[in-house]
Write a protein that binds this ligand. Structure first.
Ligand code: PMV
Length: 345
């Protein structure tokens, strides 16, 4: 009997950032994100007859080419999820994966990649063992978290939170949950994210190392308190449609994330001169026009500019003239807010 499953899963951009871990891939503070519509990973997992005595036998194809260098990461994930997906030791696991964005674009593929992989394994588990999981997406989110923390938020569409917080009923450190649409002013669902690609390729400091440096960061405790406060403030801003508060929280979070990097031991800076120039140009444009572009950053040099759909024409014009010349080969990705993963075939 041959088992296989194919899923497409998107990336997400955090508004309140997860930075710092505890236990096994649990977040030091809660986070919240927009699920994107672009920047997706499409993964097919097939189980084949095992040839070796090894605990795990894995083949990874990336953009159609065999990639032995990716096998270690997949084996680590299968190991971490061995109690969730007990069948993975009994077969050769073939992972065939493609990204809809260039590998070199500096866009992290771990969120879309680990969520797509988890969904495939959940689907295969259903084929082998029948539909025994009460909440399919919750299990996939739990599993994805063990691969990459932020991946657990890619399992749902719209606006998603992860991490226990008193003002987010049903929230958990172990899996993500989607915000109820009745709790969000509907204009936020029409936001766009223009990702301005400042730097391509691997980051100078991996997010795994970055997270671990929080353990000794002198500002860590204050940071975790601020993130918890920002979750509550952002929740209110989303509900009330308070764009001023939304802007303040989202931008403060991006600044604080990078301030934590600069105050770690060893300290490091992931922003580049073009990152700062873009931020300053956006802020000047906002002041001049009274429009609402909002800046955020993830753990890298690229800038995400979020803005309401109604302002699209003027803002994209401004970006074409003033921001794209600062990007690497004028590269960008423009994404709507997405509806989450899709099962294929
Ligand atoms: O999921 P990781 O380990 O790649 O960490 C992601 C960290 C940030 O992107 C900086 C913030 C976040 O919440 O996505």
């Amino acid at each position: 009997m041959q088992y296989s499953a194919k899923w497409e899963s998107p990336s997400n951009i955090a508004l309140v950032k997860y930075w710092g871990k505890k236990g096994i891939q649990l977040p030091a503070n809660p986070s919240i994100s927009f699920t994107l519509d672009e920047a997706k990973t499409i993964t097919k997992v097939s189980l084949e007859e095992k040839q070796s005595q090894n605990d795990y036998e894995v083949t990874v194809l990336y953009q159609g080419k065999e990639m032995p260098s990716f096998e270690g990461k997949i084996i680590q994930f299968l190991n971490r999820t061995s109690k969730l997906f007990t069948f993975t030791k009994d077969y050769k696991v073939v992972v065939n994966t493609v990204n809809t964005f260039p590998h070199s674009s500096g866009i992290a593929s771990s969120a879309s990649g680990m969520s797509a992989l988890s969904l495939c394994l959940c689907s295969i588990e259903e084929q082998i063992e029948g539909n025994k999981t009460l909440d399919f997406y919750r299990k996939a989110s739990f599993a994805a978290r063990l691969g990459s923390g932020s991946a657990c938020r890619s399992l749902y569409g719209g606006i998603v939170s992860w991490g226990a917080h008193a003002q987010f009923p049903g929230s958990s450190d172990e899996f993500a949950t989607e915000l109820n649409q009745s709790e969000v002013f509907e204009d936020f669902y029409s936001f766009l994210d223009l990702i301005l690609i400042v730097e391509e390729g691997e980051k100078a400091v991996s997010s795994t190392l970055g997270h671990s440096l929080l353990d000794k960061n002198p500002f860590a405790h204050t940071r975790f308190e601020e993130a918890n406060k920002n979750m509550a403030l952002l929740k209110d801003a989303l509900k009330e449609g308070d764009l001023r508060m939304f802007t303040k929280i989202v931008e403060a979070e991006a600044m604080m994330l990078h301030a934590l990097m600069m105050t770690s031991d060893p300290y490091f800076i992931l922003m580049k001169p073009a990152t700062l120039e873009i931020i300053n140009r956006v802020w000047a444009f906002r002041k001049q026009t009274g429009l609402h572009p909002v800046i955020t950053l993830d753990a890298g040099a690229n800038v995400h500019m979020l803005f309401p759909e109604q302002e699209k024409d003027v803002i994209l014009n401004f970006a074409t003239e003033q921001l794209l010349p600062l990007c690497k080969n004028k590269q960008y990705i423009c994404s709507k807010i997405g509806s989450g993963p899709k099962k294929l075939d």
